[in-house]
Every structure is written in structure tokens, then in C-alpha cells.
Ligand binder design. Structure first.
Ligand code: GDP
Length: 199
């Protein structure tokens, strides 16, 4: 499958100030989970999600759109959670409101891809996020990252553990490795399925 022709659109604290799209998927996960690397690979552009990491943008909603005319489909790069541990209570609260507001109210949102570190996840924060999504009936798919970092002898057990930690079957989780390119195509396919007009 061809890489997705994504381009950076806009950053915002309030999704209502972003372009209205017909369909959108969101990528979320704790910081350092490998989200930027994966988005770059999905688009096959080395520095695409770099935009989301520039000073001032790391804690914003960063919208990427499919380059087509008219622009109707997008991918939302949500700020990574976890790093906020050192932030003030006030900063954490406003971050949470921004993300929750987006996830609850964004009309075009079709699917949330929750990225979990394949080596160590799900962490307590991952579980909290997943429980929150489920409690609000927000559709989600678990993507386990950094498959290459798990020793091959450990993989069957790790896959089982990670899935069980999410109350899922092993087959429900998409395992990827940006380093090895594992299942990146599968992920592109899943993203495009959710962005396709027939949904
Ligand atoms: P983000 O904070 O979620 O956007 O994470 P990044 O994409 O910046 O990745 C965090 C770190 O994990 C970087 O050092 C990446 O090189 C590394 N990383 C990302 N994906 C993979 C992967 O598939 N395999 C390995 N071994 N490292 C990865």
C-alpha cells in the first residue's frame, strides 16, 4: 500500500478552531511511545511529525490532512501523555480538558489508535486512557509499538500479557515496528479503512 500523502495542517488548543473534516483518526499514547516515528513512516516522510515536536507544539492538538482536493480527511496527533507528571496541576488539568474535549466532541473522529509501548505496556496511564475511551464508547484500536525491542523468545508471552492487560485477545492488537517496518502497511490500511467515505 502506498504511503499516506499527509501534510501538516494546523495546531490548536481547541479543536473547534481547526478545519472541519469529514473523517479523521487520532493517534494517542504516552510520550516516547514511538508516535512521531510511526506517523512519519505511515506517510513515508522523515520529518513530518517533527512538527508536533517543535517547541510550543508538543502540548497542542496537531492536525495532519490527506493532501487531496477538497481536503476532507485527517489524522490527529494528540500530545503524548506522561511527560506532564512534572507539569503544574493547572497545566495538567488544561491538557486533559483539551484532549477530552477533542475526543468527546470532534464530529469527524472515526477511530482512536491508542499506541502502547510493546516492551513495557500497558502502563497504568495506558490503562486509564483505555478505560476512559471505553467508558465513553469511543472506538479504539490498540497498536503495540517497538516490536523489534522485544526478544523473539519473549514475544509470545509479551503479546499475551499486553493483550490481557488491555482485556483483549492477542489477535486484537496490531504489533508494529517502525525500526523494522513491521505491519506499517497493515496500519496504513486500517487508517485508510476508517477514513474511507463509505464509513
Ligand atoms: P513519541 O514521543 O511518541 O513521538 O516517540 P518518538 O517517535 O519520538 O520515539 C521515541 C524513541 O523511540 C525514539 O528514540 C525512537 O527512535 C524510538 N523508536 C520509535 N519507534 C521505534 C521502533 O519501532 N523500534 C525501536 N527500537 N525504537 C523506536
Amino acid at each position: 500500500m502506498r504511503p499516506l500523502d499527509l501534510e501538516f495542517s494546523q495546531s490548536a488548543t481547541d479543536h473547534r478552531t481547526l478545519p472541519e473534516l469529514v473523517s479523521e483518526v487520532a493517534f494517542v499514547g504516552r510520550s516516547n511511545v514511538g508516535k512521531s516515528t510511526l506517523i512519519n513512516l505511515v506517510a513515508n516522510r522523515k520529518r513530518l511529525a517533527h512538527t508536533s515536536k517543535t517547541p510550543g507544539r508538543t502540548q497542542l492538538l496537531n492536525l495532519f490532512v490527506l493532501n487531496e482536493d477538497p481536503v476532507t480527511r485527517g489524522l490527529m496527533d494528540l500530545p503524548g501523555y506522561g511527560y506532564a507528571a512534572g507539569a503544574s496541576k493547572k497545566a495538567q488539568a488544561s491538557w486533559q480538558v483539551m484532549i477530552e474535549d477533542y475526543l468527546l466532541d470532534r464530529e469527524s473522529l472515526e477511530m482512536v489508535f491508542l499506541l502502547i509501548d510493546g516492551l513495557v505496556g500497558p502502563t497504568a496511564l495506558d490503562k486509564t486512557m483505555l478505560a476512559w475511551l471505553r467508558s465513553h464508547e469511543i472506538p479504539n484500536i490498540i497498536v503495540a509499538t517497538k516490536h523489534d525491542k522485544v526478544k523473539s523468545s519473549q514475544r509470545p508471552r509479551r503479546k499475551k500479557e499486553l493483550a490481557e492487560g488491555c482485556d483483549l485477545e492477542a489477535g486484537d492488537v496490531i504489533w508494529v515496528s517502525s525500526a523494522k517496518g513491521l505491519n506499517v502497511d497493515k496500519l496504513r490500511g486500517a487508517v485508510m479503512d476508517w477514513l474511507s467515505p463509505s464509513k
